[in-house]
Design a protein around this ligand. Structure first.
Ligand code: HGY
Ligand code: MN
Ligand code: MN
Length: 404
């Protein structure tokens, strides 16, 4: 099954009939369909699928003579809510297609090659970005994560077990990585317009901006929307609204990024002043210091406003990802000596499992495939098939260099 057939086979899984976007949340029935697809593709290629205890998957190409640290590729199959088709799955489908291409060239790797699908990369269900790869590398321990709750209050440990993955509370549990991985190369649709502006189909990542997710809990006083005088209110919606504006302004001033994309209002009634507003800030900048000062500035202004509104504020960091600088020699090696010239080496402000593996000390690289609009985390996310096939060939070339 070639790239286009695999893509068509995967496309309907988790797609909304109304928006055309994807709801591929982890440890759900949709996730189970994705895993069945992964197993089918691996089986069709005689690759041995190895799940770890939380449901990260690796399909191994391990010819008899292949030995030593493995070359891992792949990405993730989960999506944000109402996400695009390419963010994640393009890296997994391209990895299977790259194995096919290498085999058609008669290439036999001297090192094991693994095709990975990390679980909960988006953190869309349990809030912690790259949860699967953090657990697999030990960046986050099972004890730290197992009681994370989703929006329905389901604990991670219960979701994982209900999906058939049994993480015994074994403190010695390690994920996929017990020194078996020599390097990791993740192919990903570009989430921006750098390649479009450069007229390049493929690029190599130089690094990932530091970024974090912070929960702002504004507490006020529930009251009647009609009978309560404006001066008598303690309205958390006001404190939140000003904070969203402040975040936008601070990010513009600092050439950083700040987004409140998720808000939960209690009791969320039309004719009542809310008792509580919970909002999540996604903050990003090109240095860790700038992320910290952005969050501090927003927190300071929010606290001051809450004081004026008679509300209270509590800010909790839920997910923090540090600066990632990929191995520059590996990036340069991968980017050089191609028929169409060297591939551009570009930064990204989007987080990836590759960032977690790099932080865990695994030499890591990323390949980006041109996204004509740059739009991502949206049903409008797209990449042209021709560019995707260039990406497959680029990934195959890279794997051949690394696994020879
Ligand atoms: O949020 C991110 O940057 C990534 O898409 N998970
Ligand atoms: Mn994403
Ligand atoms: Mn992604």
């Amino acid at each position: 099954m070639g790239f286009e057939e695999m893509w068509a086979d995967l496309a309907p899984i988790g797609r909304s009939a109304t928006s055309g976007g994807y709801f591929r949340q982890p440890w759900t029935s949709t996730d189970a369909e994705l895993r069945a697809w992964f197993a089918e593709q691996a089986g069709a290629r005689d690759l041995h699928v190895e799940p770890d205890l939380v449901g990260n998957l690796v399909a191994w190409w391990q010819p008899p003579a292949a030995e030593g640290p493995a070359v891992l590729t792949g990405s993730h199959l989960d999506s944000v809510l109402d996400g695009g088709a390419f963010d994640g799955p393009l890296g997994v489908v391209s990895a299977f297609a790259a194995v096919d291409l290498l085999r058609s060239r008669g290439f036999v790797p001297t090192r094991p090659i693994g095709v990975a699908a990390f679980v909960e990369e988006e953190g869309s269900r349990f809030g912690l970005a790259c949860l699967g790869s953090r657990l697999a590398t030990g960046a986050t321990t099972w004890e730290q994560a197992r009681d994370l709750r989703d929006r329905d209050g389901v604990r991670l440990r219960d979701a994982v077990e209900a999906a058939g993955f049994g993480v015994a509370d074994d403190p010695t549990w390690r994920g996929l990585f017990d020194g078996r991985i020599g390097c990791y190369v993740e192919l990903h649709v570009e989430q921006g317009r750098d390649l479009v502006d450069r007229g390049a189909a493929v690029g190599v990542a130089s690094g990932i901006w530091p970024h974090g997710r912070y929960r702002f809990d504004f507490t006020g006083e529930a009251n009647h929307a009609g009978t309560t005088r404006m001066e008598d209110r303690r309205d958390p919606m006001l404190s939140y609204a000003m904070t969203a504006l402040a975040a936008n302004k601070q990010a513009r001033l600092a050439d950083a990024r700040a987004t409140f994309g998720r808000v939960h209002v209690e009791p969320n009634g039309t004719n009542a002043v809310p008792s509580r507003v919970t909002a999540w800030l996604d903050a990003r900048a090109d240095t860790e210091e700038e992320v910290a000062s952005l969050v501090d500035a927003v927190t300071r202004q929010a606290t001051e406003r809450a004081g004026r509104d008679g509300t209270t504020l509590e800010v909790t960091a839920e997910s923090v990802s540090g600066l990632v600088s990929f191995d520059p020699d590996l990036a340069a090696r991968i980017a050089a000596d191609h028929a169409e010239g060297d591939w551009p080496i570009i930064p990204t402000a989007a987080g990836h499992d590759a960032g977690i593996l790099s932080a865990a000390g695994v030499p890591t690289a990323m390949l980006f495939v041109r996204n004509p609009t740059g739009v991502s985390h949206s049903p409008e996310e797209h990449a042209a098939t021709a560019d995707c096939l260039v990406g497959v060939s680029a990934l195959a070339d890279t794997l051949e260099r690394l696994a020879s």
